[in-house]
Design a protein around this ligand. Structure first.
Ligand code: ZN
Length: 310
């Protein structure tokens, strides 16, 4: 059993438009853009990161905007919804704000005793705002959103699977305990987590597999404190039979990836070194930052990427 995992680190999804994506996460949801960089495996595409003031692990929603990507089709073998924690009593504010900004199909739901406001992002990405008591994480404020409403980070995420069995076993191995079950939903929670502590599995045994595209989650990342904890997790996964990538330097964290039995790509990411590694905290996310290997190609990359207006 792995004790090193501390909840979610980030969730990475795909979008069609960088501008629309940036506007939605900063101006509608009020997150802070904490990094503007490129996809390290495809530097003609942005990689945009949004979160709290510092981009604390457990708060970071990230996107690859691919200009010509086809829309995803929802189904099994993917992350269903990403949950954001908001302060107790703030859902009324959010309902009014989101509908006032033109979001349609806002749906309320009670899941395991928590109040959710479900909505979709610009690419029909699935989200819920979840009212959470006793969460002392401080959200980024602005755009008319105060500290009693601001998103505090992730609460967790749901996974849509045809069959929960093997993924439930994997989560148990990752130190997630099954805490609740209702109908076709099972909830897992990690002890000692960073606040982004819950994974729900929704079993849809007769649904078709998802097809990834814009609006789909590309992968979901779990947090470990440092590189030595990551190496312990990597070895334990290898010993259990998972195919795990070598450790990859993502500049702001170190990453390993593996495919889960249900088809979802999991990442384990370190809390170190963080987003202030290459720019001042006061100006996170403003300038285009490139990993050092692409710095010689900056002018070509800047010609290809459409600038994002703030
Ligand atoms: Zn990642």
């Amino acid at each position: 059993m792995l004790k090193q995992i501390k909840g979610l680190h980030h969730v990475t999804s795909m979008a069609a438009s960088a501008q629309e994506n940036s506007d939605f996460f900063t101006k509608v949801l009020g997150l802070r853009r904490v990094k503007k960089t490129v996809n390290f495996d495809d530097p003609e595409v942005y990689h945009l990161y949004y979160g709290d003031e510092a981009g604390t692990p457990g708060s970071v929603m990230t996107y690859f905007p691919f200009p010509h990507i086809a829309p995803g089709r929802k189904g099994t073998g993917e992350v269903g919804e990403t949950y954001f924690a908001v302060p107790d009593g703030s859902l009324g504010y959010w309902k009014e704000r989101l509908s006032g900004l033109g979001l349609r199909d806002l749906r309320e739901r009670d899941l395991f005793g928590e109040k959710h406001l479900r909505f979709e992002g610009p690419d029909q990405d699935g989200f819920s705002l979840v009212e959470t008591a006793n969460d002392d994480r401080k959200g980024w404020t602005g755009e008319g959103i105060g500290s009693s409403q601001a998103i505090q980070g992730f609460r967790g995420a749901s996974l849509r699977l045809r069959d929960a069995g093997a993924t439930a076993e994997l989560l148990a191995f990752m130190n997630y305990q099954q805490v609740e079950r209702k109908d076709n939903w099972v909830r897992f929670a990690v002890a000692g987590g960073n606040g982004a502590d819950f994974i729900d599995i929704e079993t849809l045994s007769s649904a078709d597999p998802a097809r990834q595209g814009s609006g789909s989650v590309h992968h979901i990342a779990f947090a470990v404190e440092n590189r030595s904890a990551q190496l312990e997790v990597r070895q334990a996964l290898l010993d259990t039979g998972y195919q795990v990538t070598p450790v990859i330097d993502r500049d702001y964290f170190w990453a390993i990836y593996f495919r889960t039995p249900g088809g979802i790509l999991f990442e384990i990411a370190t809390n170190e070194p963080g987003f202030d590694r290459d720019e001042d905290t006061a100006h996170l996310g403003e300038a285009l930052k490139l990993p050092s290997r692409y710095e010689p190609y900056r002018s070509q990359i800047e010609r290809i990427l459409t600038p994002i207006a703030d």
